[in-house]
Design a protein around this ligand. Sequence first.
Ligand SMILES: C[S@@+](CC[C@H](N)C(=O)[O-])C[C@H]1O[C@@H](n2cnc3c(N)ncnc32)[C@H](O)[C@@H]1O
Length: 339
Amino acid sequence: MTDVQPTLKAEQEGAGDGVRPVFELFEGFALTSVLASLERAGLLERLEGGGLPADADDGPDGLPLATLRYLAQRGIVEESDGTYSLSDRGRAIVKDKGYLVWLQGGYGHVLAALGDFSTGARRYGSDVIRDGRWVADGSALIGRDDVSPHATAVLETIDFSHVVDLGCGNARFLIAAARRFGVSGVGVDLAPEACEDAEHAIAAAGLSDRLTVRCGDAGDLDAIPELERSDLAVAFFLLHEIFEHGRDALMAYLRKLGTLMPKGAHMLVAEVQPASGAPEERWRPEFTLLHAIMRQQLLTEQGWHEAFTEAGWSRHEVVELGLPGAILLLYRNENGAEA
Ligand SMILES: C[S@@+](CC[C@H](N)C(=O)[O-])C[C@H]1O[C@@H](n2cnc3c(N)ncnc32)[C@H](O)[C@@H]1O
């Protein structure tokens, strides 16, 4: 009896023979799943919108009390005077919810299949594929704070009137550019769910007269006639998909873009650089692993620079983005016919 009680207490507190790091993973996994799932169901915004009263039997506005209590136990919300509201920590995490949605919604099931990929029981691409909608939606949320403000600042330094957004996702950037710069444009995306979301978002923004969506492979440049009259191509987190087919394919792609687009046109690219191996590096190791599962490699800033200059584009600017290890590159087309 006297032996059992201290052991039990130590186990309950996770003390035992020191810190047990497994519980950090356990809690991170559960919280990521809960928060991303609430966001996907449209429930997280209810907490973002202000405090929720705790007096309802089953929880207010579709958020069960058990969930709110759990979020309080984990320091995401606080209960005060019968109301649950985001804590400072909760607000900071929810501000960056795009990372959780991207990971859990877009790739949770892909990571869960890693063992099967390793044994050959299942194959990425034919048996398991990422969820295009949540990759696009997560990217858009991440981009809102960690890409768009940087991209807008860079675009303020050049003139352009028609944009082609290659791998446009839900068109969040096209819509922002149309509003901010008054330009017209076309978005191209391979995922039907992303195209559907992009079309809805453009219509909801009242921009259908200036923005269109082409659902198809951005790798097939001949199928994008708008390139000939576009003075800006945007490719945010798309070019590594072209690089998947090898460096020759990437070079052919950049060269062809250069011949189709007018001389002097610009290309704005966002990419994540591969994990460097530095201790405690954020985001890059997970991003690199997921892309390796999809048989995709990432390039460093220098790797992109060599490819662009070899294909006849000159560098105008490089900016570090809010996403750890991500860069924004602006190149100018030195090929092609004069506009
Ligand atoms: C990581 S998301 C980025 C979306 C958007 N550019 C952004 O920054 O929010 C990459 C997008 O590229 C699209 N994509 C991937 N391969 C493509 C291809 N070959 N042609 C067109 N779109 C593609 C995906 O469907 C996805 O919407």
